[in-house]
Design a protein around this ligand. Structure first.
Ligand SMILES: [Zn+2]
Length: 193
């Protein structure tokens, strides 16, 4: 997915949140803290995408427990950063990312580091979902209204976005993980060095 598509498909914070909710929960929202599905959307206009859990009484949104938790950076910039990193032929510097997305360099570095960690770790499916124009890749049913005449079955294995993401990490080189990296990260790093 190119940058223009990302830009036009996710024009607002609301559109980004709605898309992440589909990718992460596939219409079955669950509490990220206690995994209960006894959750309800909050009706507060000023808090976009906020949910309540009736089981553990916590409040959360679709970013809770992900690399984008509590971020002040607009989600569209996160989405574009993922697109830029995946499309980059070589490793993208944080200075370049800062210029491209009008972030300060420290923030750009933070965003880049978090995305690299997610690329090789459990949140990879979230990133794939952001880059995938067609939600059917998840294997779930497309939402009503998103179904099209030319819907094809989800591609599997070679040539899918999963390989793109891994390739981007390999080009990106060293992954800076906040703690001891999981084995998959260590392997991705050692292949590039
Ligand atoms: Zn809960």
């Amino acid at each position: 997915m190119n940058l223009i598509s990302i830009f036009s498909k996710y024009p607002t914070q609301e559109a980004c949140i709605e898309h992440l909710e589909t990718v992460r929960w596939n219409d079955n929202p669950t509490c990220p803290y206690c995994k209960s599905d006894k959750v309800a959307r909050k009706n507060e206009l000023d808090k976009v995408g906020r949910w309540n859990c009736h089981a553990c009484k916590s409040s959360f949104n679709v970013l809770s427990g992900t690399i984008m938790q509590k971020t002040k950076v607009p989600l569209q910039k996160w989405f574009l950063a993922i697109g830029l990193m995946v499309n980059a032929k070589k490793s993208l510097s944080s200075c370049q990312l800062a210029r491209d997305l009008e972030l300060n360099q420290k923030t750009a570095w933070y965003v880049q580091t978090r995305i690299r960690v997610a690329m090789v770790h459990k949140e990879r499916h979230l990133l794939q979902g952001i880059l995938e124009a067609d939600e059917t890749y998840l294997g779930g049913k497309p939402r009503k209204g998103n179904r099209r005449e030319d819907d094809k079955p989800a591609p599997k294995g070679h040539g899918t976005k999963k390989r793109l993401i891994v390739g981007a990490v390999e080009r990106g080189g060293r992954v800076t993980a906040p703690s001891r990296p999981p084995r998959s990260v260590a392997m991705a790093v050692s292949r590039t060095s």
